[in-house]
Design a protein around this ligand. Structure first.
Ligand code: ZN
Length: 257
């Protein structure tokens, strides 16, 4: 885990060397903080928790954007905190741990993986889509793109969208192929995220971007999906990564015409 970088007032992002995974820390006025998607190796998660405490912040909960193994990780500095998410996921911790242990990119680091968190619970609400916590306003955007459920966080005061596994500059849209309408669900998710009018986007994997970059990524993801349903790849440079080319082939076989 590299340094925590402040990308907007009170919003700090650390980036893992595994899949360019981001972890976001949202800090309130009195130092309470929310840790989003801590990852990925044990050393990185420990380092993140240590940095948070060194800065005088007090984590009050961990948020998981969705229940894929790289978004439900834990570490000694975070264990015991409430674990919040957009809703119950169907995948159990044993399955997630097995998927983590089979991951080639993680294995390549030679580092121990972080443990899978035991339980992820629905979040406390102040209003239907507003997180009830001791910090800045956090709108919870639950949708069915990529995973069900998948919950992005929008921080209206800072204009920041913590997007989870969407709107990446590095990864193509990765569909939930077990859904009845994976592409329809994905497009609805993109529309929901676009409706925030965010000026900073923090993807779960990739680089933080501003308003122009957010617009570019929305267009790129919609173009990818349009090409996919018509049975092609389109000119998407993200497909240069072999594992994404493989994921694309599987998506093409499932939903391409
Ligand atoms: Zn994911």
């Amino acid at each position: 885990m590299r340094d925590l970088v402040e990308v907007a007032p009170g919003v700090h992002v650390a980036t893992s060397r595994v899949y360019t995974t981001t972890s976001t820390v949202v800090v309130g006025a009195v130092g309470s903080c929310l840790v989003v998607d801590p990852g990925v190796t044990a050393r990185e998660v420990d380092g993140l928790a240590t940095t948070v405490r060194e800065r005088g912040w007090t984590p009050v909960a961990v948020w998981s954007t969705h229940a894929h193994w790289d978004h439900v990780l834990d570490g000694p500095g975070l264990t015991g905190l409430p674990r919040w998410s957009g809703g119950a996921a169907s995948t159990d911790p044993e399955t997630l741990a097995a998927e983590r242990d089979a991951d080639p990119e993680l294995a390549r680091t030679g580092d121990a993986p972080a443990p899978i968190a035991a339980l992820v619970a629905p979040y406390p609400r102040r209003a239907p889509d507003l997180l009830d916590w001791d910090g800045p306003a956090v709108r919870v955007l639950v949708h069915a793109a990529h995973a069900r459920p998948h919950a992005a966080l929008f921080l209206p005061d800072a204009g920041v969208l913590v997007a989870g596994d969407m709107l990446s500059d590095l990864e193509i849209p990765l569909l939930d192929l077990t859904a009845d309408d994976p592409v329809g669900d994905y497009l609805a998710g993109l529309d929901l995220l676009a409706s925030t009018g965010a000026t900073v986007v923090v993807p779960g994997h990739g680089r933080v971007g501003g308003a122009d970059e957010l617009r570019r990524r929305l267009a790129a993801d919609r173009a990818y999906l349009a090409a996919l349903v018509s049975g092609s790849a389109g000119p998407d440079e993200r497909l240069a990564l072999p594992w994404l080319a493989q994921a694309h082939a599987a998506q093409l076989a499932a939903v391409g015409s």
